[in-house]
Design a protein around this ligand. Sequence first.
Ligand SMILES: [Zn+2]
Length: 264
Amino acid sequence: MDKFSFDDVGVKVGLEIHQQLHTNKKLFCDCPPIESDEYTKKFQRRLRAVKSELGEYDPAALFEKSKSKSIVYFGNSKSSCLVEEDEEPPHNLDEDAKKLALVIASSLKSNIFSEIYPMRKTVIDGSNTTGFQRTMLISQGGFIDVEGEKIGVQSICLEEDAAKLLGDKGSVREYSLDRLGVPLVEIALEPVEGSPTKIKKIALSLGKLLRSTKKVTRGIGSIRQDVNVSVKNGGAVVEVKGVQQLDQLEKIIEFEAKRQHGLV
Ligand SMILES: [Zn+2]
């Protein structure tokens, strides 16, 4: 094949969108989500791998531990309390964030579960003081209409945002606590075939729908996309995490598809 064509290569893309919710407080405490680089407190932790519920160590956690990093957290008492420091149990789930997640799930015709349970997702890089992220599965299924085509929704979760990375030098990694615990909605879409332009249109439509609730945070960093790219007969699915701009999204899909196609 001389000329690269997205149709011939059969590019499949799965999008996962993380959108911060604009509520008055964090998901599991009363701290307001105020971003500031003025810090009034600082403490240090060391990461330690613990066995999972299945009695096994997470290989990624062991790998991180082998680097024996000290994690230093910076906080401001206006935007973080003992919950973010993991010195106090989480408070009740914020009702506004829950309602908003339900509104988003309804507008995507997603099937909402009758009961919601917080689960723990292991976090190995120190971006959460607890060593895990609290996440709740809200609904499954549904779709978004993009230019007459129904793009399927896999699942919608309500979860807490991670601490913000300030620096990573030598054996010390630094985070700030102001973003930790801010409510996020995670929407995972069914993988779709098509060009990067089509995928961008889908991301744009979803962004528009989220903004129509008038209750989502806007601006850089408030919406992040994880992109899974694979090509036909290519085997592996490659995930690119934390894409913040839609123009980047288009380019990443293109580069990744071309790279994988070159490997086939
Ligand atoms: Zn707090």
